[in-house]
Design a protein. Structure first.
Length: 765
């Protein structure tokens, strides 16, 4: 193959990477936005990289140069690899999880993208790439706005007032769009210098379109209401204005080419910021998207606002984790074990979601925890090298925009973590900057001697191309296609379970874990939890041998990732749910796992809740109450602590304490995990004389089961009868009898006299 044809192919894959990655999502898979997007990105970059490798093998001029950014990037990856080996879970460090996907493997792909575009900097049509990327960002904007009016546009979901378009998460999208605000500014000022008499009309049209794109991107960032990215955008704009105030853009109309314009603009920005901060609590800002979310933050709220507790707790845990392992850290993507170790029980006051934190939501803290001082310094060196190369650019406009985008990214990531959208743009910018630096170096080298640029050019051997593509096919299929296949199988399994087609669901779950994937352990966890939950909540729908297969899969996950407390306490719950198969054996296993889990995360309430359930199964009610009392003592504001204590109090005959504690949990806003919970509580409330509340809970259980839980409907009718509301009782009992042979109900004996008094004829009597 000729050199130019291979370069054309590489160009095509660069465009596919830049344009396809933001758009791609897979609606028939788990984590349809993040996992699918990362797998797509990796597939395209793998093909791109090995095509470039064939080119670099044949033509020395395309081979890497020892630039500052290349050296810093290689050192960053090397230290990350060393930290991964030294960390608590190498597998997790290398591959990450299917929720994130940003492990060492993904960073190798990002580095490969930067390397390829840097090596082919002269050959790549950068303006077309930038215009293409900007067009994609506008399309993303429009999709996001469309979601506000058509929530199910992409998936069956409700994004609310904070749409995420094809990124799913508004914060993931905002970080990607911020780069395009600066990209639009680069194109805007580039076009201003081309408004000569021959092309003025065309240039003005492009200026208008680029301006609209930039403004739309900035507005969408505000509409995402992502405070970190708004702060980052502001920091980047201030940086750009400061640079232009020192050195205005060249070859632009007078207004844009004078320092005064940018000095006044800086003053206006600072004045506007001052007015905003001074009037922060004004009702006016409640109507301004993005800015309204800053009203909940103040210096006093840092200690009083409970919504900030999870983030502050994560930062405290991160700092304590850094002090424990200051040199090489815990390993990338291993913040969860660190957080478990320093878990703050107060975070459960909000929700369980806030207790499962796998990121410190601060990029600097994350690298310090992931690789200690060494990785943190390597991280800083990477950005310092990029800034150094920017200062050496011939294109002063690109230097200004690139530096502003770096400041913006780092300022935004002070409140968040790396995701694929912003990283795609960051490494594309890295590659463009390094490529321009290489070009300048090559010019110097060409004056002093042939050096790096020398080498006889030949056609690329078909054998070389074939071998490189064969190498690319290995990760393309073995890692990415396999993972997407497993994701599809598990999605299908969940769909079957939702429709109660349990047989097909079980087969699909088994397919998802039988396909090798670096994320098999994630798929196994979901499989085990779903099947055991179905077995427990809907007796008779899952055979013993099927649920035991699922339990075995979870045990494999525990053995593969023993430092993750979740794997242990999830097993405690699973053993409880299948204890009817072997009460003595599984309760003992549950106690053993709970002991390990408490050794990793001693203050986590979930472990005590599950262990209390184990004690209850064993008949040790005193031991169970003691465990729950301990949880209540050090976390009295946690709804579940009151809820489980109340259930056990009822079970042991203490109706007064039982009602008081469960009522406290409900008043605190505790959410029902399944329709079984309100049904059980309704029974307790009815037995203790709280009939009206029991009726409402039976209604809740019936609604949560979408009307399929006939027992809740029957008991609701009975509760109405004892409350003296005979018409309602008759209605619900007759309705349940029309759908179900009431003689099979556990409440049948109680129903017979009630039906007679209501004049209801029971079929078969």
């Amino acid at each position: 193959m000729k050199e130019k044809n291979l370069i054309k192919a590489i160009k095509a894959f660069v465009f596919i990477t830049v344009i396809g990655t933001p758009f791609f999502y897979f609606r028939y898979g788990v984590y349809p936005y993040t996992l699918a997007k990362i797998l797509f990105f990796q597939v395209v970059v793998e093909i791109l990289f090995f095509l470039w490798l064939a080119l670099a093998i044949s033509f020395p001029k395309y081979r890497p140069r020892p630039t500052p950014l290349l050296i810093a990037g290689a050192a960053f990856l090397a230290v990350m690899f060393l930290a991964s080996i030294n960390g608590v879970d190498f597998w997790r460090s290398f591959w990450s999880t299917y929720e994130r996907g940003i492990g060492l493997f993904a960073f190798l792909h990002l580095a490969a993208l930067g390397l390829v575009v840097s090596s082919l900097s002269k050959e790549l049509p950068w303006k077309k790439i930038f215009y293409g990327s900007l067009a994609v960002s506008v399309a993303i904007d429009l999709i996001a706005y469309a979601q506000l009016y058509i929530p199910n546009l992409l998936l069956v979901e409700d994004p609310g007032s904070r749409p995420g378009a094809t990124f799913g998460n508004p914060t993931f999208m905002a970080g990607y769009l911020v780069f395009h605000v600066f990209l639009s500014l680069y194109l805007f000022f580039s076009l201003l210098g081309k408004t000569d008499s021959h092309h003025a009309g065309l240039s003005y049209k492009k200026i208008f379109l680029v301006s609209v794109a930039g403004i739309l991107n900035a507005l969408t960032v505000f509409f995402t209401q992502t405070r970190g990215d708004i702060v980052g955008l502001a920091a980047g704009v201030i940086t750009l204005l400061f640079i232009f105030a020192v050195q205005p853009p060249e070859n632009t109309p007078r207004f844009f080419g004078t320092r005064r314009t940018y000095v006044f603009s800086l003053a206006a920005v600072f004045l506007a910021a001052g007015v905003f901060l001074f009037t922060l609590n004004s009702p006016f800002w409640k109507n301004v998207p993005g800015l309204s979310r800053f009203q909940s933050i103040s210096l006093s709220s840092l200690s009083s606002d409970s919504s900030l507790l999870p983030r502050l707790s994560a930062l405290r845990a991160g700092w304590q984790g850094f002090l424990e392992k200051p040199f090489l850290g815990w390993g990338p993507e291993n913040f969860a074990p660190l957080f478990d170790r320093h878990y703050d029980p107060r975070v459960l006051e909000l929700s369980y979601n806030e207790t499962h934190i796998d990121k410190p939501h601060n990029l600097f803290m994350e690298y310090a925890d992931a690789g200690g001082i060494l990785l943190f310094l390597a991280f800083i060196s990477l950005y310092a090298a990029a800034a150094y190369e920017a200062f050496k650019q011939k294109d002063k406009l690109w230097r200004a925009v690139f530096l502003a985008s770096l400041v913006s990214y780092l300022a935004g990531q002070f409140f968040f973590f790396d995701t694929i959208g912003p990283l795609l743009m960051l490494y594309l910018f890295f590659g463009a900057t390094d490529g321009a630096f290489r070009e300048k170096t090559d010019e110097i080298v060409s004056v002093n001697g042939p050096g790096w640029a020398a080498g006889k050019e030949n056609k690329v051997s078909a054998v070389v191309i074939g071998l490189c593509l064969a190498l690319a096919a290995v990760p393309v299929y073995a890692v990415n296609i396999q993972s997407l296949t497993a994701s599809y199988d598990q999605y299908e399994a969940f769909q079957y379970f939702l429709s109660q087609n349990i047989f097909m669901g079980l087969r699909s779950f088994e397919d998802s874990v039988n396909v090798w994937s670096p994320y098999s352990w994630n798929f196994k966890r979901d499989y085990a939890i779903a099947v055991a939950g179905q077995y427990f909540n809907s007796p008779g729908t899952v055979a013993d041998e099927d649920v035991l297969k699922a339990i075995k899969a979870m045990e494999e996950v525990r053995d593969e990732h023993p430092e993750d407390a979740f794997n242990h306490y999830a097993l405690v719950n699973l053993y409880n749910e299948v204890a009817s198969i072997d009460k003595k054996g599984y309760t003992q296993k549950a106690e053993d796992e709970a002991k390990i889990a408490l050794g990793i995360s001693p203050d986590r309430q979930e472990i005590y809740f599950y262990l209390a359930k184990t004690k209850t199964i064993e008949g040790d009610y005193a031991g169970s109450l003691s465990l729950l009392k301990r949880v209540l003592d050090y976390s009295p504001k946690v709804p579940d602590a009151h809820f489980y204590y109340g259930l056990l109090a009822y079970a042991t005959g203490d109706k007064n304490d039982g009602y008081k504690e469960i009522k406290a949990a409900i008043d605190m806003g505790r959410q029902w995990s399944s329709f079984n919970e309100p049904r059980v509580v309704a029974g307790f409330f009815a037995d203790s004389g709280h009939l009206n509340e029991a009726i409402e809970l039976y209604k809740t259980a019936w609604a949560m089961s979408y009307g399929s839980d006939i027992e809740s409907e029957i008991k609701m009718g009975v509760a109405y009868f004892y409350a003296g509301q005979y018409d309602q009782a008759k209605f619900y009992l007759k309705d349940s009898m029309s759908k179900f042979d009431i003689r099979k109900s556990p409440s049948y004996d109680q129903l017979v006299p009630i039906a007679r008094q209501l004049g209801i004829i029971i079929p078969g009597q």
